[in-house]
Design a protein around this ligand. Structure first.
Ligand SMILES: Nc1nc2c(ncn2[C@@H]2O[C@H](COP(=O)(O)OP(=O)(O)OP(=O)(O)O)[C@@H](O)[C@H]2O)c(=O)[nH]1
Ligand SMILES: [Mg+2]
Length: 317
């Protein structure tokens, strides 16, 4: 794959505004922001749209910490879809504040906003986030996890509640997990994009580097395998990333807050960190299409999430 391929207007092989889409209309390209409260399925939706596991997902709230773009090519359109951290309406610690800022900036910069909510029911947090989306910006409501809700009336109730907060251009019940109506959502988003040439070449999946994706996939395994045992203030740093013709060599460290967290990550006889490493390596090999050599270390770095300056040093915007 070619992760991290940047914009290039001059490549003659790219579709251009002159190319006709399947419907006979001109080509469209632009940014689609996925926003919503934590855990509603924003990242699962992005992965479904791209058709690859690009951005990480878990049952824990606040899995996503960085903005990441997935490139979605459809006949007549290229959607640059931005995943964002779940917007927190409570618990404003420094990490929360930074994540909220990233989420809001993502919505502000986009041509179309997709607000994802859970079909189980509309909440006050949904209402507060809906009110933050810039007025006049095309905005679609994606009512996700319909597969988990037997009673269809629930999804209608969500639409009714959402309508009271603001007008949405479309209301689309979806299942990001099964893919139900996800194509329809993509098609509806494409209609709101400006006419213009593709920003990324047809092979690119994301704007992020392989190095960045490696750090994220390791963090996902950490979150998934340690569950609630590990405080969410732990992170992954890529110390070295070597891109060889048919191999990636990755040296990474897991930074934890306290000495007492170290044995949690290592597990008995190192069995846990081995599992994190194996599962991360398998995902990375699938994503990069090459064998991956991965070495993981655990380091204690207290206070990294305590203030905005150290958060910036760790790559938080
Ligand atoms: N049943 C069902 N579960 C889903 C669906 N979409 C996502 N999930 C699950 O919901 C959980 C959260 O998914 P994520 O995609 O990580 O949610 P998110 O909104 O990105 O979460 P944050 O990044 O923490 O804000 C995961 O366990 C997903 O498997 C869906 O359509 N149906
Ligand atoms: Mg997410």
């Amino acid at each position: 794959m070619s992760a991290g391929v940047g914009a290039d207007d001059t490549d003659p092989s790219l579709p251009s505004a002159q190319d006709e889409g399947a419907s006979g209309e001109s080509f469209r390209c632009g940014y689609v922001a996925i926003v919503g409260r934590p855990n509603v399925g924003k990242s699962t939706l992005l992965n479904r749209l791209v058709g690859q596991k690009l951005t990480i997902t878990s049952q824990r709230a606040q899995t996503t910490r960085h903005r990441i773009a997935g490139i979605v090519n459809r006949p007549g359109a290229q959607l640059v879809v931005l995943d964002s951290p779940g917007y927190q309406t409570r618990n404003r610690d420094p990490l929360n504040r930074v994540l909220n800022r990233t989420a809001l900036a993502t919505a502000n910069d986009a041509d179309v906003v997709v607000l994802v909510v859970d079909a189980a029911g509309w909440t006050d947090a949904d209402a507060r986030i809906a009110a933050l989306i810039p007025a006049g910006r095309p905005c679609l409501l994606a009512i996700n996890k319909v597969d988990a809700v037997r009673n269809r009336e629930r999804a209608f109730a969500v639409v009714e509640a959402a309508r009271r907060i603001r007008a949405f251009d479309d209301y689309v019940p979806i299942s990001a997990r099964s893919g139900h109506q996800v194509e329809l959502l993509a098609e509806l988003c494409a209609r709101h994009l400006p006419e213009g040439v593709a920003m990324f070449d047809g092979e690119a999946l994301t704007d992020r580097s392989e190095r960045f994706l490696a750090g994220e996939l390791i963090r996902e395994k950490l979150f998934r395998l340690l569950g609630d045992e590990l405080p969410y203030q732990s992170t992954v740093v890529i110390d070295q990333f070597e891109e060889l013709p048919r191999l990636r060599r990755v040296f990474a460290s897991i930074h934890v807050e306290r000495d007492s967290h170290k044995p949690i990550v290592l597990g008995a006889r190192g069995e846990r960190i081995r599992r994190i490493s194996t599962e991360a390596r398998q995902d990375l090999e699938k994503l990069f299409g090459t064998p991956v050599y991965l070495e993981l270390f655990v380091k204690v770095r207290s206070g990294w999430a305590d203030d905005e300056q150290s958060l910036r040093a760790y790559g938080y915007e």
